[in-house]
Design a protein around this ligand. Structure first.
Ligand SMILES: Nc1nc2c(ncn2[C@@H]2O[C@H](COP(=O)(O)OP(=O)(O)OP(=O)(O)O)[C@@H](O)[C@H]2O)c(=O)[nH]1
Ligand SMILES: [Mg+2]
Length: 420
């Protein structure tokens, strides 16, 4: 049943009754079905490691997943920051994990670090965009789609003991609405125990002062709220990584050896590596995947759709459907096209008119030129005619005079001969 009010149709939920089952039905197996399906499909997890060159990113990844990803060290002289992603298939018991590790290359190596975050932001957005485009397809293949959206960003902080650098703050601020950020203090074995506590509080204080929102381990699930709540107070984790193993007692452990002693990666009194692994992989991996989809991707999708002109409400804040918006946009687009066609037609007519006027003007000029020439020609002809006539008259006169003079000469000659 639906009632109409001024805000449009409102759904009235049917009253719900709770019933008792008389025997076993079987839908209590739903969680198992879900687990089986997920295990069958395998899992995807994508990690973004941001940190200066040589800060121990690859070593930490090797330590976290207890393997060797065979990375190569990056050069220090790149003109820009780049991102490099590698995907690996891992298996533990019967659970398959498709893990992508994305590393920054050349981060913090440029003199001007103002735009260092840009490559990272673009990369994260490109993964969201690819997912959005797949989602918007008519024929979607999301189950087989390789989701490359980044689920977590491990931000490696330099163990300076002095607080964050501006590149750290700027970058984390730009990313905090796009990815779950876990700041970690890299190479924590290079900083003393008392300095470390001060360093940690300084970092947290600077993050808060700059309004940077880092990922908080969720405390809404009773089974993990205590441990997550406690771990939230340890952020940023101070970690140590190593690819070397040392025999301690009868156990071989991952460690870094120094002339004065040994730092054990997995020893909680030496560093926070175990805490990080526990939180990142063993307790909250699913929450990060979930938050990436439900929070960060959702925000990106909403912004992109708004950019494309789609919204859930119209200008008067009344709900509109996707179809209505689409039809509105379609008619607006058609109208715009029509207007453009009219404009082009008018422009064409105008141009033709202008050209016609230009041609007429040229024709007029030509006529005037022709008339002038004709007039000049007539005058010239007349002048020449007159000249010719004058010459003729002169010739006649000349001939007449010539004849006359010849006659008078003859008469004179005759007179002389008579005298003789
Ligand atoms: N003291 C100390 N050194 C470390 C630690 N982790 C790694 N290193 C050393 O730092 C150097 C660089 O380590 P990588 O893991 O290659 O660093 P990266 O950040 O991956 O370097 P690029 O990929 O070249 O940027 C190596 O010599 C490591 O042995 C650590 O926790 N403490
Ligand atoms: Mg590396």
């Amino acid at each position: 049943m639906a009632a109409i009010d001024t805000n449009g149709p409102v759904k009235i939920e049917p009253a719900m009754r709770t019933l008792k089952l008389s025997g076993h039905v079987g839908f209590d197996s739903l969680p198992d079905q879900l687990v089986n399906k997920s295990v069958q499909n395998g899992f995807v997890f994508n990690i973004l490691c941001i940190g200066e060159t040589g800060l121990g990113k690859s070593t930490l990844m090797d330590s976290l997943f207890n393997t060797n990803f065979e990375s190569t060290p990056s050069p220090h002289n790149l003109p820009t920051v780049k991102l490099k992603a590698h995907t690996y298939e891992l298996q533990e018991s019967n659970v398959r994990l498709k893990l992508t590790i994305c590393d920054t290359v050349g981060y913090g190596d440029q003199v001007n670090k103002e735009d260092s975050f840009k490559a990272v932001v673009d990369y994260i957005d490109a993964q969201f965009e690819a997912y959005l485009q797949e989602e918007l397809k008519i024929k979607r293949s999301l189950p087989s789609y390789h989701d490359s959206r980044l689920h977590v960003c491990l931000y490696f902080i330099c163990p300076t003991g002095h607080g964050l650098k501006s590149i750290d703050l700027v970058c984390m601020k730009k990313l905090d609405t796009k990815v779950n950020i876990i700041p970690i203090i890299a190479k924590a074995d290079t900083i003393s125990k008392t300095e470390l506590q001060k360093f940690k509080s300084k970092i947290i204080q600077e993050l808060q002062a700059n309004g940077v929102e880092i990922y908080q381990f969720p405390v809404d699930d009773d089974s993990v709220s205590d441990v997550n709540g406690a771990m939230n107070t340890h952020i940023p984790f101070a970690v140590v990584g190593s690819t070397d193993f040392v025999k301690i007692g009868n156990k071989t452990v991952r460690a870094r050896q120094y002339p004065w002693g040994t730092v054990q990666v997995e020893n909680e009194s030496h560093c926070d590596f175990v805490k990080l692994r526990e939180m990142l992989i063993r307790t909250n991996m699913e929450d990060m995947r979930d938050k990436t989809h439900a929070r960060h991707y959702e925000l990106y999708r909403r912004r992109r759709l708004a950019q494309m002109g789609f919204s859930d409400v119209d200008a008067d804040n009344k709900p509109v459907s996707f179809q209505q918006t689409f039809e509105q946009k379609r008619s607006a687009h058609l109208l715009e096209l029509q207007q453009k066609a009219d404009e082009v037609r008018q422009m064409f007519v105008q141009r033709v008119k202008e050209k016609e006027a230009e041609l007429k003007e040229a024709e007029k000029e030509l006529h005037a030129k022709f008339d002038k020439l004709k007039k000049e020609h007539t005058e010239e002809k007349k002048r020449l005619e007159e000249l010719r006539k004058k010459i003729e008259d002169d010739t006649i006169e000349f001939n007449r005079r010539k004849a006359q003079s010849a006659q008078s000469t003859h008469t004179l000659t005759l007179g002389k001969s008579k005298k003789k």
